[in-house]
Write a protein that binds this ligand. Sequence first.
Ligand SMILES: [Zn+2]
Length: 356
Amino acid sequence: MKFLANYSCLLTLIALPLAVSSSAVLAHPVAANPASNRLEQPANKSDDAFYSTARSQIEGSLGTVGPDYYAVYRIVERIARANGLDQTPWRVRVTDELNINAYASDVNMLTFEAGILEQISGDTAALACVVGHEMAHHTKNHIPSMVAARVRIEGLQEEALLQARSEVESAQQQGNILGGIFGAVTGGVFNATGANSSIGGILAGNVVSSTLQGLNAEQTQQATARAEELYNERVEALDAEYSTQLRSQESEADEVGYGYMVAAGFSPDGCVRVMNVLDRIETSRLPSLSHPNPQDRIRAINTLNIAAANQSLVQVGQANLRQSAKPLGYGVGRDGASLRIESRFGAQDIDSTFPQ
Ligand SMILES: [Zn+2]
């Protein structure tokens, strides 16, 4: 959503200030059946037999996160077929990070962190809500603007430090009097921002040391304090530039994702339960660049949760499921750290499907 915002948010459901998601490395690489890139295809098995095999393969080979992978596989596979989203593969990752978060990234990659899975453990409809939200970020093409905002914010630190360095050096060149004034000004900023203001505070230490290399201790302190002031100003400007768009994308992902999960046959109440979890996260009342207030999200979901509208969604979903009746296959991603859910065309053998 972002559900959390660490990256593109997914689930970034939550309200982390636009933090950059680290590349979400899977703590448990998907090592299932490494000899084969394609674990299993529906072939001629009945659905029950196919899913039973899938469960034992996925759970049996992925250790403690195996059951989570299987649950996510089943839900993504179902939502994709019920909504006509099975034309290209989906990729999923489950991490052991305890953040209450999930997010969409790259192309059709869905990442679910242990923290959100723990909070809705065993609640299939709630997980379907999270899955639907993240899938909606992809289908509504939200990832490019999320990444643009992330890249902009990543660049702000260095920009601020470079400008601060230039100001400090320039003041130095103009003599001690101006330099003294500059020091007094930045000293004030330093004091005003308090505990956050120091090397290793809001500015990453490695960026500070590489950008301010060559300055003496006093200059470094002045430049760092001034850079923090500039950084805060620029984050505020960036917030103004992106927040409307990012928040409206979150609301859209909530609404579209809700439609996906209901069409796939999951209980709409699962979304209400997820939003209630998000509302209780300790940072949920803090301002967020990308996420609407959870209370507003709950109200929006309740507006959608109308029996007749839900029934229409279910009918559309059932028609799509008749069109794509076979379970989607799965396999280890080529990155070795994700599970790929095949498209409805993904079970094709090159020789048998080659044009005559
Ligand atoms: Zn989101």
